[in-house]
Design a protein around this ligand. Structure first.
Ligand code: VGL
Ligand code: ZN
Length: 197
């Protein structure tokens, strides 16, 4: 059985949002069409407390898009985004969420960021999505959403490492592209065995 995983199509990642991904809203109609035909649909939602450690505002003297070292490794600092319950954390108003059977929220622990839908950025804390998919007999995943080079790539690589058959539909993703991060993410996905379509 297969599932469509729609990553973080939230207001803050779309134009006008706090961490706007260029053209982020453009993928919404195509994702709606794909959801209509999917066997199963899972949505992910970036979901941070207001004092989240990934926010530059929490680190004196640091600006958004800078890099710091935290106990689990390097962490990009972001503008405050997807704060729990805020308008920015809501799904894009055009996204048809009716088909979603599961919504998985991630990044809700203050000290750990979570790009991947499967593991937080410490690479050990699971979100529970693996168990959900396996108990439903889902082995094949198509991934779309925002942002290609962060949450989509991390999710796809973790899924491939866990043994899922993963395809990322690049035309239904958009990237932040920080210092070449899009090219790096594509190469890393291919190396992990992800199909880029
Ligand atoms: C994301 C940066 C911070 C994403 C989430 O959805 O790609 N990127 N939080
Ligand atoms: Zn985030």
């Amino acid at each position: 059985m297969s599932a469509l995983i729609v990553i973080d199509v939230q207001n803050d990642f779309c134009p006008g949002g706090a961490l706007a991904v260029p053209e982020g809203g453009q993928i919404v109609p195509g994702i709606n069409a794909l959801m209509a035909e999917a066997e199963a649909v899972v949505l992910t939602q970036d979901w941070h407390p207001a004092d989240h450690a990934s926010f530059a505002s929490q680190h004196e003297g640091h600006d958004p898009y800078g890099l710091i070292e935290i106990p689990y490794g390097p962490q990009v600092l972001w503008p405050d985004h997807c704060v729990i319950g805020s308008e920015g954390s809501a799904f894009h108003a055009g996204l048809n969420t009716d088909r979603a059977e599961m919504v998985i929220r991630k990044g809700f622990r203050r000290a750990i960021d979570s790009y991947s839908a499967f593991f937080e950025n410490d690479h050990t804390t699971p979100t529970g999505l693996e168990g959900y998919l396996r108990t439903r007999g889902i082995t094949k995943l198509t991934m779309v959403g925002l942002a290609t080079d962060f949450c989509v790539a991390y999710s796809a690589i973790d899924a491939a490492k866990l043994g899922f058959d993963v395809t990322v539909k690049l035309d239904l993703c958009r990237a932040i592209d920080l210092n070449g991060s899009l090219e790096t993410a594509k190469a890393d996905m291919l190396k992990a065995g992800v199909t880029l379509a």
